[in-house]
Design a protein around this ligand. Structure first.
Ligand SMILES: [Zn+2]
Ligand SMILES: [Zn+2]
Length: 135
């Protein structure tokens, strides 16, 4: 059994993953940038039933993506850390914000999406399939 854990900045929310990510995406979409306050997001896709909150309760912001699909963005309402995105167009999966993992260094990007939204100077990820839009 894997023991992949993570949590928010203040520690109010803790979680564990029952399986390693099926996909690890670098997402340059403008919604991830604004919500995370960073230029891009690294997000780990895991089956929803493999994501378990072990402490605290997340707050949900219901976002509408560029595609028109609903995305429930769940975060800590004490410190503001974004924890997961529940993309309604991809039922059964949740996307964990990799920066909240206790050890995100063990996972490498497997795909890069919304490349068209970032700057020309942003470096390429060598050997990683890149999509100008969602996929
Ligand atoms: Zn917190
Ligand atoms: Zn995104």
């Amino acid at each position: 059994m894997t023991d992949i854990t993570g949590g928010c900045l203040c520690g109010a929310i803790r979680y564990r993953l029952g399986a390693p990510p099926a996909v690890t995406a670098i997402c340059h979409c403008t919604h991830c940038a604004r919500q995370g306050g960073s230029l891009f997001s690294m997000i780990c896709g895991v089956p929803a039933d493999q994501f378990e909150i072990t402490k605290g309760e997340m707050t949900t912001y219901v976002d509408t993506a560029d595609s028109g699909n609903k995305v429930e963005r769940k975060f800590c309402n004490k410190c503001g850390s974004p924890i997961i995105s529940d993309v309604k167009a991809m039922p059964g999966m949740v996307f964990v914000k990799a920066g909240t993992l206790d050890d995100w260094r063990q996972f490498k990007p497997t795909v890069e999406i919304y490349r068209s939204r970032t700057a020309e100077w942003f470096p390429a990820f060598e050997g990683v399939p890149t999509f100008q839009e969602g996929s």
